[in-house]
Design a protein around this ligand. Structure first.
Ligand code: COA
Length: 324
């Protein structure tokens, strides 16, 4: 099996910003409540763009620093729960827009763990020799499924995309992955209508069934437990200790969840990368853009051990150890 690593990262964040103060004018909330309960100060929202448009921005940013051309890609995986359309895959739209003619393309639906799932999938294709160069993108337009009248959820989400290019590397790369799911908990976070269970109708629109429904409190506790266990398990698989980890890049759902996980694991705050303040929860795009920003800010150096740790609707979770 070949060693597979991330050779470049990229991101694309839409320009429009919605602050907590803006939200105060839309629902019964306050900047103080949102900041103290979640750590979020603002989020970016699309104006007209779809998930593939954001994904293309992130892909081109990653390609620029990879030294590869789009024509060199033979695999494109887009992790998204807000695809442009039910079908075809958002990855196919991305392929056409960037001109990656020889790539095979598909989407992955693993909610907030989507980017980690997609990295692990691309790794399999490359390590087995089926593909050489893969583009993995986490791209979300969560504003399209957010109920802007529901203060329990609308303060949490944002739009954006992050990308990674994966290829064979001589040493290091993805050292271990731990993915898991618990399908008993689908009720905790979902969009009820628009699929085959409840196709779109006047009634589903009138009852706001095309928007995110979430049991935040229950999810909070599960997120802390599962992200802690996922981090421990992936380290065990990599044969490493927490003291070996240089930077943890967690899914950015809530700063309090992240700090509770760090406390349980005995990790110092400076080892945790946080950017939720600027972006809110962007589902699959959160871990992807956090990784990209950490790299661009010089917080990830060659040889560093990086721990990605994500959790989301399904439930699903995924953790990876990457030697940079
Ligand atoms: N502004 C003001 N008050 C709000 C509010 C808002 N935006 N949203 C909820 N509240 C109120 C609730 O109505 C409730 O009021 P009540 O006590 O009068 O009933 C009170 O605040 C506490 O609500 P609760 O849901 O217990 O708050 P919380 O501390 O659990 O925080 C979340 C809510 C959503 C921020 C938190 O539960 C969370 O982050 N959950 C996990 C999210 C997650 O992981 N998502 C998916 C994985 S990607």
């Amino acid at each position: 099996m070949k060693n597979v690593g991330i050779i470049a990262v990229g991101e694309y964040i839409p320009k429009k910003i919605l602050t907590n103060k803006d939200l105060e004018k839309m629902v019964d909330t306050s900047d103080e409540w949102i900041t103290t309960r979640t750590g979020i100060k603002e989020r970016h929202l699309v104006e007209k763009e779809a998930a593939s448009d954001l994904a293309v921005g992130a892909a081109l940013d990653a390609l620029k620093s990879s030294g590869l051309a789009a024509a060199d890609l033979d695999l494109i995986i887009v992790a998204t729960i807000t695809p442009d359309m039910q079908f075809p895959s958002t990855a196919c739209f991305v392929q056409a827009k960037i001109g990656a003619k020889k790539a095979l393309c598909f989407d992955i639906s693993a909610a907030c763990a989507g980017f980690v799932y997609a990295l692990a999938t691309a790794q399999q294709f490359i390590s087995s020799g089926v593909c050489k160069n893969a583009l993995v993108v986490g791209s979300e337009v969560l504003s399209s499924i957010t109920d802007w009248k529901d203060r329990n959820t609308c303060v949490l989400f944002g739009d954006g995309a992050g990308a990674a290019i994966l290829s064979e590397v001589k040493s290091g790369g993805i050292m271990a992955t731990y993915l898991g799911s618990n399908g008993e908990m689908t009720r905790l976070l979902n969009v009820p209508a628009g699929g085959s269970r409840m196709p779109a109708s006047h009634e589903t629109i009138d009852t706001r069934m095309h928007y995110i429904k979430m049991q935040g409190n229950e999810l909070f506790k599960l997120a802390v437990t599962i992200m802690t266990e996922a981090a421990e398990e992936v380290l065990r698989r990599a044969g490493l200790k927490f003291s070996d980890v240089d930077l943890v890049i967690p899914h950015q759902a809530n700063a309090r969840i992240i700090m509770a996980v760090a406390k349980k694991l005995g990790l110092a705050e400076e080892k945790i990368y946080l950017n939720i303040e600027k972006f809110g929860n962007m589902s699959s795009a959160s871990t992807a853009t956090a990784l990209c920003e950490a790299v661009k800010e010089g917080k990830v150096k060659k040889g560093d051990i990086i721990l990605l740790d994500a959790f989301g609707a399904g439930l699903v979770w995924g953790a990876s150890i990457i030697k940079w």
